[in-house]
Design a protein around this ligand. Structure first.
Ligand code: PLP
Length: 381
């Protein structure tokens, strides 16, 4: 079976993790701060805070921005469920903005109209969470302008996006946002097994994210209510969680982060080759905005109306190609329908979902496998 995504682990990665196992620290040693500074350097953000997953980091990012009961958070419906769940974990209400049908990213026009209505109704969100689907940047300039106009905070869900660029700057630089969150799950661009990092240019937000992901506890003497208690003393000032990254995970990240350029170059090479092989085929590839460079986490095609996606999906899997679907619209998940969402609420998201299919894309995919994938697909569309 050709998987749709797969990590690439080399001897350096293995050595990096094994060295930590032989060291004094399995967690909270030197590897985590090193990984954080690598990500800050890569993205050109001032601060980076590591966590046990992107889902955890999205939760912490919402907590750091003060999201709580009575607040509203908006994200896009074409995403993994964590982009929405982070708001619910804070007791806030979740809502969605429809996507642009050609990119599956949050549509700035839909956002603008929804904001105008929300302003009239007094239901403006506190935070919006645009998602860079497949690694393709959202139109952050337009989203950022609207956020400023309405005084809304922005968290970029860049789980797919590390190593990508928008307007010549790295995704994660937070030019148009308050916080950007990356995932290092094995199918993503680089991996720490489980892991996530948030970047920000705001020192206070970085401090708060660190605090919330470590029990709400601090030992920083200048922050203590009781600075004279003694060296053993730590202080809980907020209700936090244990969402810390371990040194074992960070060690893998520290090795992987050096390889990101190679990974992305290979992904681009494979995407260009897919594009050539698709010529004369009746399908659309979901492509990035012209002023961006995608990390190409996923290669997503849109099948024409006349093609039965489920049939194509099943036949491809029977032929040994593990195609996938990203994503079932979150607002139609039973849990979210119980909150009141229904079919028809976000028509572009639903239309996109009906036609999308993810083809295998990962650095170790060979040209031969790629030919096999496209040949299998050709017989079906
Ligand atoms: C993978 C993913 C997440 C969650 O990442 P984890 O590190 O697995 O928690 C969040 N949002 C999107 C869009 C993702 O693809």
């Amino acid at each position: 079976m050709i998987p749709y995504g797969h990590q690439n682990i080399n001897q350096d990665d293995i050595d990096s993790v094994v060295n930590v196992l032989k060291s004094d620290y399995l967690t909270q040693g030197p590897q985590v701060p090193l990984f954080e500074s690598s990500i800050a350097t890569l993205t050109q953000a001032r601060f980076a805070v590591a966590s046990s997953s992107a889902s955890a980091m999205l939760h912490v990012a919402c907590l750091a921005l003060g999201v709580s009961k009575g607040d509203r958070v908006w994200t896009s419906s074409i995403t993994f469920v964590s982009s929405a769940n982070c708001a619910l974990h804070c007791g806030a209400e979740i809502d969605f903005v429809d996507v642009d049908i050609s990119t599956a990213n949050m549509c700035p026009k839909a956002l603008e109209l929804k904001l105008q209505l929300a302003e009239q109704g007094g239901t403006l969100p506190k935070v919006i969470i645009p998602v860079h689907m497949a690694g393709h940047s959202c139109n952050m300039e337009a989203i950022g302008r609207l956020a400023r106009q309405y005084n809304i905070k922005v968290i970029e869900d860049a789980a797919h996006g590390i190593g990508g660029y928008y307007q010549g700057r790295a995704i994660g630089c937070c030019q148009y946002s308050d916080i950007t969150v990356f995932s290092f799950h094995p199918v993503k661009i680089i991996t720490t097994a489980e892991g996530g990092v948030a970047t920000t240019n705001d020192a206070e937000l970085a401090k708060r994210m660190r605090l919330f992901s470590s029990h709400g506890i601090t030992k920083e003497i200048e922050q203590l209510v009781r600075p004279d208690e003694g060296d053993w003393y730590y202080e809980q000032q907020h209700l936090g969680l244990n969402y810390r990254m371990t040194d074992l995970h960070a060690a893998l990240g520290n090795s992987q982060v050096h390889r990101i350029g190679d990974f992305i170059e290979r992904r681009h090479q494979l995407v260009a080759r897919y594009q050539q092989l698709f010529v004369a085929m009746n399908l659309k590839v979901v492509t990035p905005l012209s002023d961006s460079v995608s990390a190409y986490h996923l290669l997503i095609i849109q099948l024409p109306d006349c093609v039965d996606r489920k049939f194509v999906f099943n036949r491809m899997r029977e032929m040994g190609v593990c195609v996938h679907v990203h994503y079932f619209p979150v607002h139609l998940q039973p849990y979210f329908m119980d909150l009141g969402f229904k079919a028809g609420d976000f028509p572009n998201a639903e239309h996109y979902y009906q036609h999308c299919l993810t083809l295998p894309l990962f650095p170790d995919l060979t040209f031969e496998q790629q030919d096999e994938i496209v040949t299998s697909l050709k017989g079906l569309v």
